[in-house]
Design a protein around this ligand. Structure first.
Ligand code: G1P
Ligand code: ZN
Length: 543
């Protein structure tokens, strides 16, 4: 089988966003759209001849088809071996784990994360580098530049391979190994988490529900929670990955995962509730009667991680994305470890993790992770929580309240205005930008602006500068609002407004979030002229 080179014409829109190239399925189905982008990735990887590539996705519509195309392209481009998850499946954190463990040159993950799937849904392709993490900006820029100029791709013409049988076959000179998507990941979890303690907790009647949202974490959660840790059968619900996620948004938040949320608020709530997203990197944690914000979860895990074997020697530092609340910083200060603030998107944590500056990191968007892989990891966060619950013997809600009593509470919410007209959204951001210098000292309702700027990040490891990463306005009343435009949307623009207010008065730790944040919401809306500029009086989603 000799490789064939096929001429093609470039597309101008193959620019990777916050997390790879993400578009509607019909866009990906255009002639050679996938081939062009994957060839652009391969052209941007130096020294790939004979190297190992990891391949898998979240199982959404188009996953199987695109896996076959990539296998043919990989063979045409001289890779030595591809490790592909059975059925074309690999969760994002598992792909990161496999890349690292097998010393691959990188991996391609097919996913649009928590976005809906199906023929009219979203699809995505992202490249992760040899450290297991998302391609850095220098590489995604190179891929985009290459995609805009591409004139041919090279593949080995062959029939589809059987992805459902474990074991090794070949495609031209390249070996293809179909691997169990769960095995390497489960082994890593066993090293980090006290499986014995968690098993004992389940054996003594601890009840939980894990909602896999008909997405990729189903097989992982079933194998680990029910198979290895002895949780009763049925603990994992919606455990079979579906191409369209059953028609839902596989996004683990109280809006899209309301069944679990409602169960946890009701009288029959189990001891612990958790969920994960389309590709398994996000997590939702719900205690009985209490939703735990991702920002609080990161802070709590930072405070208690030492109880798990993988973190017994303590943490080096913790990082959070800029719009994430400052709860983790308070814990870092008390532990005397470093706290870092990065732009939104997991790729910015990679350098800090690789340089050993941090052990844990997280984002307000339901992402939590550690140095065990280079992606956020939904199931890992759930297992670490279980380890902490087993080690402390506390109920999850009591643990969170004790945390607030000690560190204070960062009330937090995010308002998303989805599918807003792009020009209106850009205009809103530009107008805010122009207002910034005059804002300090301004009164907005009962709040007084103390500082206002646009976040720029200088990477402490490689010195690279990333600008325009969100407009932030802080108030003297210990409150803050951040405005930014989403980099993962596939239709129009999404305006994200992040709202928070800190309270440490013991009498003010258990108030309704909306009540505490109301003045901040009002200030944000008037400051950014949201309704006049977008025509939206209310956000599309509040999380
Ligand atoms: C969103 C989240 C961000 C996360 C990314 C990928 O990006 O806000 O924290 O890293 O998805 O899961 P955004 O759409 O805001 O650019
Ligand atoms: Zn995801």
């Amino acid at each position: 089988m000799t490789p064939t080179t096929i001429p093609t014409t470039p597309y101008s829109d193959q620019k990777p966003g916050t997390s790879g190239l993400r578009k509607k399925v019909p866009v990906f189905r255009q002639r050679h759209y996938v081939e062009n982008f994957v060839q652009a990735i391969f052209d941007s990887i130096a020294d790939k001849a004979g190297k190992t590539l990891v391949l898998g996705g979240d199982g959404r519509f188009l996953n199987r088809e695109v896996v076959q195309i990539i296998l043919r392209l990989a063979a045409g481009n001289g890779f030595g071996r591809v490790l592909v998850g059975r059925g074309g499946l690999l969760s994002t954190p598992a792909a990161s784990c496999v890349i690292r463990k097998h010393k691959a040159i990188g991996g391609i993950i097919l996913s649009a994360s928590h976005n809906p799937g199906g023929p009219e849904g979203d699809f995505g392709i992202k490249f992760n580098a040899a450290n297991g993490g998302p391609a850095p900006e220098s590489l995604t820029d190179a891929i985009f530049a290459r995609a805009k100029a591409i004139s041919a791709f090279t593949l080995v013409e062959a029939r589809d391979l059987d992805l459902d049988r474990l074991g090794e076959t070949s495609l031209g000179a390249m070996a293809v190994e179909v691997i169990d998507p769960v095995a390497d990941y489960a082994e890593l979890m066993r090293e980090l988490i006290d499986f014995e303690a968690v098993s004992k907790m389940f054996a003594s009647g601890f009840r939980m529900r894990f909602d896999a949202m008909s997405a990729v974490t189903g097989p992982y959660a079933t194998a680990i929670l029910e198979g290895m840790l002895g949780a009763p059968q049925g603990t994992v619900v919606n455990a079979t990955p579906k191409e369209d996620f059953g028609g839902h948004h596989p996004d683990p938040n109280p809006v899209h995962c309301h069944d679990l949320y409602d169960l946890m608020q009701g009288p029959d709530a189990p001891d612990f509730g958790a969920a994960s997203d389309g590709d398994g990197d996000r997590n939702m944690i719900v205690a009985p009667g209490l939703f735990v914000t991702p920002s609080d979860s990161l802070a709590l895990l930072t405070a208690h991680a030492h109880r798990a074997p993988g973190y017994a020697s303590g943490l080096k530092g913790v990082a959070r994305s800029m719009p994430t609340s400052r709860a983790a910083d308070r814990v870092a200060a008390s532990l005397g470890i470093g706290a870092y603030e990065t732009p939104t998107g997991w790729k910015f944590f990679g350098n800090l993790l690789d340089a050993g500056l941090i052990t844990l990191c997280g984002e307000e968007s339901a992402g939590t992770g550690s140095n065990h892989v280079r992606e956020k990891d939904g199931l890992w966060a759930v297992l670490l929580w279980l380890n902490i619950l087993a080690a402390t013997g506390e109920r999850a809600d009591a643990l969170v309240r004790a945390h607030w009593a000690r560190f204070g509470r960062d009330y937090y919410a995010r308002h998303d205005y989805e599918e807003v007209d792009s020009d209106a959204a850009n205009g809103l951001m530009q107008a805010l930008r122009e207002k910034l210098p005059g804002l300090p000292g301004t009164r907005l309702g009962d709040l007084t602006v103390s500082t206002a700027d646009e976040f720029a990040y200088k990477d402490p490891v490689d010195g690279s500068l990333t600008e325009r990463q969100g407009i932030r306005v802080s108030f003297a009343e210990d409150a803050r609002v951040v405005f930014r435009l989403s980099g993962t949307g596939t239709a129009g623009a999404t305006l994200r407004v992040y709202l928070e207010r800190y309270e440490n008065d013991p009498a003010r730790l258990d108030l309704p979030v909306a009540e505490v944040l109301a003045p901040v919401v009002a200030a944000a809306r008037s400051l950014a002229e949201i309704e006049p500029r977008t025509g939206r009086a209310e956000p599309s989603v509040v999380t």
